[in-house]
Design a protein around this ligand. Structure first.
Ligand code: GLA
Length: 731
């Protein structure tokens, strides 16, 4: 059992292979945090909790035994004597928000429970994880707060979530309820997070912790392009391969906040959960509320190992269904090939080329439904535009299938165009606040997904399309933020629930889709990677990484994405040049080598390729199959970080995939901006020092020890945008 309770000391300790996490129950029933870090054998840890008791103005608890203000608290609450940001605030029947929770009971068991209505990591077998539930209680509000902790047995991951139940007879309001809180004794950390914008998602940024509050949030209704629901605290001196790194990743696709607070005793608090801004939840007697889950990962081998732990966990214990392990098809998507200007014959022509080149699936993107020829109409009218797809969808899909090519389709299920039959029929179905104008983005409104009737309608429309023809893939898009977040169906005291109810509604619809069509491959999308988060990965094992398909820009985007998300989840396509977003020209080879780092495909008009390019596609398809297992299921190492200038004088990027048995190694090196007389050696990682690795192209052999300690020599002159792939095999 990875979780123990020392009865005598009242200490809980959770262990993963290389980390431990501990807390204890104080005499007066407060839950005090003790330790999170490298694995320890002890439970005699209470000495760690001794904190200055004489901090001026800090109140003592009524029994005079504890100063909450300086204590490290396991799940801090609002309005009693801890003055830092709190994880929980409940406004009770008297209208006050002072919330005081004390230990009642606990339970330790094998396995991991589900969170009702929410995506979460899971344990495939009972033995893969152990769970601790601690029940805390607020006597005045009659609120039962259950803290859930699951420790994975083979990965350094601990998950957290919280359930609030109204056990009384009077309603209360949850004002904030974070999924996790961790207090550290010190502040010797940098905070790393992933910021961005449309077309430039998930750029890692780091900053030294400072006194006071720092953090990131989304108020956009989705996790957003701008901030990913992830922060890491990296202990001073950390590198990609060394030092302590603590990751906090939220399995949620809506408004989130990660608050990091350093107090005047230099301790650090990390809160992660649903953004309290614009959030509230009214709990009537007997009702419960469950938070999404935070996944905490500890690494004592730098950021790289933290990433690899997330990769394994998200690949094996978050992604689900048929396509979790099944080989993903090579896709050609017609968006950048045709935009809205296509018809059935054009798609069949692309599919014909695809079949000759070894590409396996055609995805018909936006523009096939209603009367949609530009982006200003028809969202919500999910029936085929017979002017474009003459003879109907089934006939088109059959023609494509007859060429040996699978068929996929694009939907934007959560949206409604003012110019649509659906809107004309149901003008009240979009999110709105009565009496206020609705903001408009990309000529569209957002459907009120908190409503069951709305979801039923969209599900029926989608289901009809998907049952009518052999459609094997859906790209689920989401192309604007939420504004005027109000719902007709909820009373005033529940309007603050709409943001979260929206997300629950989306999850419910996704669940229905994957249940009804279990063989469907879902690809998430939101103007590229605006909702690239663990919540969506529970339903769609791959997500369109960015609308920026420029290979050089993608180096940074994919590098940043890899900090949390495995290669198999990052959809990446070879597109045409000059690139449609940046105007940059990059060789076909480099575009292929970069896209090969993710779920591979094409995003260009195959009918316009030169003979030379067709040959390159064939070669890339062969390489994809050869490298598939190592890239998609192996371990990923960032070798040269494209965003870091000082340590990267040649302005390049390099990464490495190593197969599970360490015998197959693929290194990709791309020069972004060249310079003269380049000296560049790159040390490989994760090899077996005792094996001999042979370069499959040159035949040269080196020991794993040499490749890891001296590295490979890349000191020759490359041109801007050149890429090199080196494949080693150990016999
Ligand atoms: C979004 C997606 C694109 C494409 C368009 C279609 O921007 O990210 O890939 O599907 O929508 O409108």
């Amino acid at each position: 059992m990875a979780i123990i309770f020392d009865f005598e000391r009242k200490v809980f300790r959770l262990d993963t292979p290389q980390s431990s996490y501990a807390m204890y129950i104080s005499e007066s029933g407060f839950l005090i945090h003790l330790y999170y870090g490298a694995k320890i054998p002890d439970t005699d840890l209470i000495y760690l909790a001794k904190r200055p008791n004489t901090v001026s103005f800090s109140a003592l608890t009524a029994d005079q035994k504890l100063t909450l203000d300086s204590a490290l608290l396991e799940y801090p609450t609002n309005g009693i004597s801890d003055m830092r940001s709190s994880a929980l605030s409940i406004r009770g029947f008297s209208g006050n928000s002072a919330t005081d929770i004390r230990y009642r009971s606990h339970r330790i068991y094998s396995g991991k429970p589900k969170i009702p209505g929410l995506p979460a990591t899971y344990a495939e077998n009972e033995n893969d994880a152990d769970t601790l539930e601690i029940v805390m209680y607020d006597e005045l509000w009659d609120a039962e707060i259950t803290l859930f902790y699951t420790a994975f047995n083979t990965l350094d991951a601990i998950t957290r979530s919280v359930r609030v139940k109204n056990n009384g007879t009077k309603a209360f309001d949850i004002e904030r309820v974070h999924s996790s809180a961790v207090d550290f004794y010190d502040d010797n950390f940098e905070m790393l997070h992933l910021e961005g914008r449309w077309g430039k998602e998930r750029t890692p940024v780091k900053r030294r912790l400072m006194y006071g509050l720092q953090g990131i949030q989304s108020k956009r209704g989705s996790s957003s392009h701008n901030h990913n629901p992830f922060v890491a605290l990296c202990r001073d001196g950390w590198t990609e391969e060394s030092g302590e790194v603590y990751g906090f990743s939220l399995v949620y696709s809506g408004n989130f906040s990660a608050e990091v607070e350093v107090d005047s005793l230099n301790s650090t608090r990390v809160l992660m959960g649903i953004n309290p801004t614009d959030f509230g939840w009214h709990l009537d007697a007997g009702e419960s509320f469950c938070t999404p889950e935070t996944v905490m990962v500890y690494s004592n081998e730098g950021l790289g190992k933290m990433s690899r732990t997330y990769h394994r966990l998200y690949r094996n214990n978050l992604c689900r269904g048929e396509w979790k392990t099944k080989k993903r098809p090579i896709i050609v998507n017609n968006w950048e090939a045709t935009y809205f200007g296509f018809d059935d014959d054009k798609l069949v022509a692309i599919a014909k080329e695809a079949s000759e080149l070894g590409i396996e699936m055609l995805v018909m993107d936006d523009g096939w439904f209603g009367k949609r020829n530009t982006d200003n109409c028809s969202l919500g009218d999910w029936y085929v535009n017979q002017d474009k797809i003459r003879g109907g969808l089934k006939q088109l899909v059959d023609r494509v299938n007859a060429l040996g090519i699978k068929f996929g389709i694009w939907f934007e299920p959560e949206m409604i165009s003012p110019d649509s039959d659906l809107f004309r029929e149901h003008p009240d179905w979009c999110l709105h606040v009565n009496g206020r104008e609705c903001s408009i983005a990309r000529s569209q409104y957002v459907l009120d997904m908190s409503r069951k009737d709305v979801r039923d309608n969209i599900f029926e429309q989608m289901s009809k399309i998907l049952s009518n023809a052999n459609i094997e893939y859906v790209k689920w898009d989401f192309n604007r933020n939420l504004t005027e977040v109000g719902s007709e169906q909820l009373p005033p005291e529940r309007q603050k629930e709409v943001g979260h109810r929206y997300v629950l509604g989306v999850y419910e619809l996704l669940e229905r889709l994957v249940t009804e069509f279990p063989k469907l491959l879902l690809e998430g999308c939101s103007g590229g990677g605006g909702r690239f988060d663990p919540g969506m990965l529970y339903y769609s094992p791959q997500i369109w990484t960015s609308d920026d398909t420029d290979a050089i820009e993608r180096l940074e985007i994919q590098n940043g994405t890899s900090i949390v998300y495995p290669p198999s989840t990052m959809s990446a396509h070879v597109s045409a040049i000059p690139n449609h977003q940046t105007g940059r020209n990059t060789s076909f080879k480099t575009r292929g080598d970069v896209a090969m780092a993710g779920a591979f495909g094409y995003e260009l008009d195959l009918t316009k390729l030169s003979e030379e390019e067709r040959e390159l596609v064939r070669k890339q398809v062969r390489t994809y199959h050869e490298f598939y297992d190592t890239i998609q299921n192996g371990e990923y190492y960032r070798l040269i970080n494209p965003t870091e200038d000082k340590s990267n004088p040649t302005c390049s990027a390099a990464w490495e995939s190593v197969s599970g048995d360490k015998r197959d190694v693929i290194v990709t090196y791309v020069v972004m901006r060249t310079s003269v007389s380049i000296s560049r050696y790159v040390r490989l990682r994760g090899l077996d020092p005792d094996l001999t690795y042979t370069n499959t192209e040159s035949g040269e052999s080196y020991s794993g020890a040499l490749l890891m300690n001296a590295g490979i020599n890349l000191s020759w002159n490359h041109k801007d945008g050149d890429s090199t792939v080196i494949h080693f095999k150990a016999l």
